[in-house]
Design a protein around this ligand. Structure first.
Ligand SMILES: Cc1cc2nc3c(=O)[nH]c(=O)nc-3n(C[C@H](O)[C@H](O)[C@H](O)COP(=O)(O)OP(=O)(O)OC[C@H]3O[C@@H](n4cnc5c(N)ncnc54)[C@H](O)[C@@H]3O)c2cc1C
Length: 457
């Protein structure tokens, strides 16, 4: 069996590693346009901030390692054509500019995503930078050295992490986003406000509800970012406004969402026989809405890459969907979230209510304690949990993994309220905070029902 894999970051690496284990007889051809594999882009902000000192730590697989296991690694080869009907592809060697044709029996597309770059006038100025791969990370570090004023456009996870890294390096940082809150897609206001306060206290300029209209420069280098309301000095601009699937090669060959994300079934099979896809190039089944969504995350990529390998010969292990669970640490704030926020639920047309708990996590007699803020979002009609968020100076981020399992298994507020969790004063109270927030939700539901009954009688 000849297997071709296009792209070798998280999804590709997971697929190859598992194919090597499961089908030792397989001939594997890997095409990767970069000169490295398995780059952990999640480490970029820590690398830029100097926390990660040795860049080797940003990789967990190597070209040599795969080659030793018999994989044909076509590095710095970009796939320029793919004929999924005749099972052939063409790849251009970027070092020699020569193009060669290859054939395969099974294809795994793990071509990932690329940052969204709207056609803003001045985008081509020097020092207007995107942030995705190892090459970008090194460029950002180099350019930041001489920069005093750095503007980050996009207040999602990646933008916020870079803002913290630059601010800690003593730069004057401006964060621009067209939404009125940072991290708007991941967290509700009770969770974004404390982070915004901290960033402002640290001297970061928040330019929210503003859209970049142009970049201006001098001698070919960016100097100003212009928005509808104002202008900001900039020696370096990092664009972090989202990602789009890297799938134009396959347009018209496999079914896709409108944004180009490849649609796969639960076995990572595309609409074309013997063509599998995984990771950021794909749409995923999103359990909170029970619909497909585009959620580019490394967690989804490694899972889907692994599943593509499992199901290469026959469907045997199904994807269980995702909650888009994510975590973030900004200064003293430990934050994580899973599923839908209230804002996202409203946008998805799902009727939800929420319960918010703010409490110390240990009994009051404990000499050291911390407050956590925890919200659970649930469907009004079914009481099914569809999302949750937590923030604290102590680390409760794993609680969102527990709630991710709850959402995946369609648990209700009542079921979660009465779920068995241990108690030990070092770690929690007799009612664990996850039980507590759901008990609070139950009380709210009962109060509402009581009021409705009174109104009827
Ligand atoms: C700064 C940053 C921080 C992040 N932090 C987190 C985090 O904390 N947690 C988390 O879960 N996720 C995080 N992510 C997202 C995560 O990195 C992605 O979801 C993940 O990289 C997706 O892996 P992938 O293999 O599907 O695709 P990609 O990483 O996009 O890799 C695709 C690969 O395919 C190659 N390729 C594409 N087209 C071709 C072609 N035609 N020919 C040859 N090769 C091709 C590319 O060169 C690339 O190496 C972060 C992303 C960034 C940019």
């Amino acid at each position: 069996m000849k297997v071709a894999v296009i792209g070798c970051t998280h999804a590709g690496t997971a697929a190859i590693t598992n194919i090597l284990n499961m089908y030792p007889e397989a001939e594997i051809d890997v095409f990767e346009k970069n000169d490295n594999v398995s780059f952990l882009s999640c480490g970029i902000a820590l690398y830029v901030g100097g926390v990660v000192k040795d860049s080797d730590g940003l990789f967990y697989a190597s070209v040599e390692g795969f080659e030793e296991q018999g994989v044909r690694m076509h590095m710095q080869h970009v796939v320029t054509e793919c004929d999924t009907s005749n099972k052939t592809l063409e790849a251009k060697n970027l070092k020699t500019n020569l193009t060669k044709k290859y054939s395969y029996d099974k294809l795994i597309i793990t071509s990932g995503s690329w940052p969204v770059t709207p056609p803003i006038p001045g985008s081509d100025l020097e020092n207007v930078q995107i942030c995705k791969n190892f090459h970008h990370a090194n460029e950002i570090i180099e350019r930041a050295k001489s920069a005093k004023n750095i503007v980050v456009v996009g207040a999602g996870y990646i933008g916020i992490e870079l803002v913290e890294a630059f601010e800690q390096a003593g730069k004057h940082v401006t964060l621009i986003d067209s939404e009125k809150r940072i991290l708007n897609r991941y967290l509700d206001e009770e969770f974004t406000s404390p982070i915004e306060r901290t960033l402002t206290e640290k001297g970061v300029s928040l330019a929210l509800k503003q859209t970049v209209s142009s970049f201006q420069g001098k001698d070919g280098k960016v100097t100003q970012v212009i928005t509808g309301q104002s202008s900001y000095e900039a020696d370096l601009v990092i664009m972090c406004i989202g990602f789009r699937p890297n799938t134009t090669l396959f347009t018209g060959q496999v079914e896709m969402l409108k944004n180009g994300a490849i649609i796969v079934d639960e076995y990572m099979q595309t609409s074309k026989k013997d063509v599998f896809a995984a990771g950021d190039c794909c749409a995923v089944a999103y359990n909170p809405t029970k619909k497909t969504a585009y959620i580019p995350l490394a967690t989804n990529a490694v899972r889907m890459g692994t599943l593509a390998a499992y199901n290469l010969l026959a469907p045997r292990l199904a994807h269980q969907g995702t909650q888009g669970t994510s975590g973030l640490k900004i200064h003293q704030h430990n934050i994580s979230a899973t599923g839908l926020t209230e804002t996202a639920a409203a946008a998805a047309g799902i009727r939800v209510e929420s319960a918010l708990l703010e409490d110390t996590y240990r009994p009051e007699f404990m000499p050291e304690n911390a407050v956590l803020r925890l919200k659970v979002v649930y469907e009004v009609d079914s009481h099914r949990i569809v999302g949750a968020q937590v923030i604290s100076e102590a680390d409760f981020t794993q609680a969102m993994n527990t709630l991710s399992v709850a959402i995946q298994n369609k648990m209700t507020i009542e079921q979660m309220a009465m779920t068995d969790f241990f108690f030990q004063p070092h770690y929690n109270k007799p009612w664990n905070y996850l039980n507590q927030v759901c008990i609070q939700a139950m009380k709210q539901i009962e109060e509402k029902q009581g009021k409705q009954q009174k109104a009827v009688s």
